[in-house]
Design a protein around this ligand. Structure first.
Ligand code: ZN
Length: 241
């Protein structure tokens, strides 16, 4: 096994969680690159948010600017075509009879991590950082830490590397993720999350709420808004990530 190198690749969708993960990585690693996936999302809004967040981050935190390297956007439409979910087709967003939201794309994070590890291998980056979280979501099986531990083993065997998959938000509630943003970058980072990160499943960017832009009613907006309200009710604390 080759020794770990001091660099990280962040799985970066432009959403709230991956924006906080990007800040978390920039605070720790001297070299950070980002990767995003275009798998036929209904809204190019998500991909545009990635560019906006990266720019806002380097504008607001100049000391992070030299650390932030290349951005990779990979076209994986073939995977999106398999998905057949509300994210990739015009189906209603609802809970399915498996107890999973219809936005669930089977094995999505396994695919993302395989691509990410291939890039990380070529770029000499040893840490893969993702915003997977097992607290607020009822059951995305590919977001669970046990899945990611198995994936880490598979990648290291299959690529003969020593990758680590880091998931700083794994045990956090959405309120705690807002707190982490404040801890990492103060109100400036909270503002970046509000103004530039995108979470809404419907791609709405013309309705602004205290917690950011979105339709306000889809499950993603609901989760984000509830986390915000909980954080505000606690007095907007900052907690160490
Ligand atoms: Zn929404």
């Amino acid at each position: 096994m080759t020794p770990p190198l001091p660099g990280a690749l962040v799985l970066f969708s432009g959403g709230q969680d991956s924006t906080v993960c990007l800040a978390w990585a920039l605070a720790r690693f001297p070299r950070v690159e980002t990767v995003g996936f275009d798998y036929g999302q209904r809204h190019a809004v998500e991909l545009e948010a990635r560019v906006a967040v990266r720019k806002a981050m380097t504008d607001a935190f100049p000391h992070w600017s030299p650390r932030l390297g290349q951005d990779w956007t990979l076209d994986i439409h073939a995977f999106g075509a398999i998905g057949d979910t509300a994210l990739t087709q015009d189906r209603a967003i609802e809970m399915t009879d498996r107890g999973l939201p219809s936005t669930y794309v089977p094995g999505r994070n396994l695919v993302f991590l395989t691509y990410a590890a291939a890039i990380a291998d070529r770029r000499g980056l040893a840490s893969l950082v993702g915003g997977m979280c097992e607290t607020d979501y009822s059951g995305y099986p590919d977001c669970r830490r046990s899945t990611l531990d198995a994936m880490e083993s598979a990648l290291n065997l299959g690529m003969e590397r020593d990758f680590v998959i880091l998931t700083p938000l794994m045990t956090r509630t959405k309120a705690q993720t807002w707190a982490a943003a404040k801890s990492l970058g103060g109100e400036a980072l909270v503002d970046i999350v509000i103004d530039h990160s995108h979470t809404c499943y419907l791609g709405v960017r013309d309705q602004r709420h205290d917690w950011g832009f979105g339709c306000g009613t889809c499950p993603a907006c609901d989760l984000r808004a509830r986390g915000w309200r909980e954080w505000v009710a606690l007095g907007r604390p900052a907690t160490a990530p």
